[in-house]
Design a protein around this ligand. Structure first.
Ligand code: FES
Length: 114
């Protein structure tokens, strides 16, 4: 099991998203964190429609109202809770969630089982 440090929990406000690119061996992992009602989640920055990044602006992954994750290319909307797409060209598909561990020191780690 691999753990990769991402950031501290206090670096992410409620309903804020932050994008990260982390080098893992020879690959890079492009993902974002989302904080909702105190819960912090991570999803790959990869739209299931065309397999391209969701955002055009750094750290901007939410719809204007801040109620959903939105792909800026064709406007697909995804639920915050589980990344499920309920509107747009990839309706019925989902973002890929990543496992996180949050330590007592409020450090956020990505956890990989591979
Ligand atoms: S690339 Fe994301 S909705 Fe088309």
């Amino acid at each position: 099991m691999k753990k990769i440090y991402v950031c501290q929990t206090n670096e992410l406000d409620e309903y804020q998203t932050r994008g990260f690119t982390i080098e893992v061996g020879e690959d890079s992992l492009d993902f974002f964190l989302l904080r909702q009602d105190g819960e912090i989640r991570a999803y790959l920055n990869f739209c299931p429609h065309l397999g391209i990044p969701l955002n055009w602006q750094p750290d901007e992954f939410l719809s204007l109202e801040g109620t959903h994750i939105q792909c800026t290319t064709h406007g697909a909307l995804f639920q915050l809770e589980d990344g499920y797409c309920f509107s747009g060209p990839c309706r019925g598909e989902s973002l890929t969630p990543l496992n996180l561990e949050i330590t007592e020191q409020q450090e956020i780690y990505l956890v990989s089982t591979t």
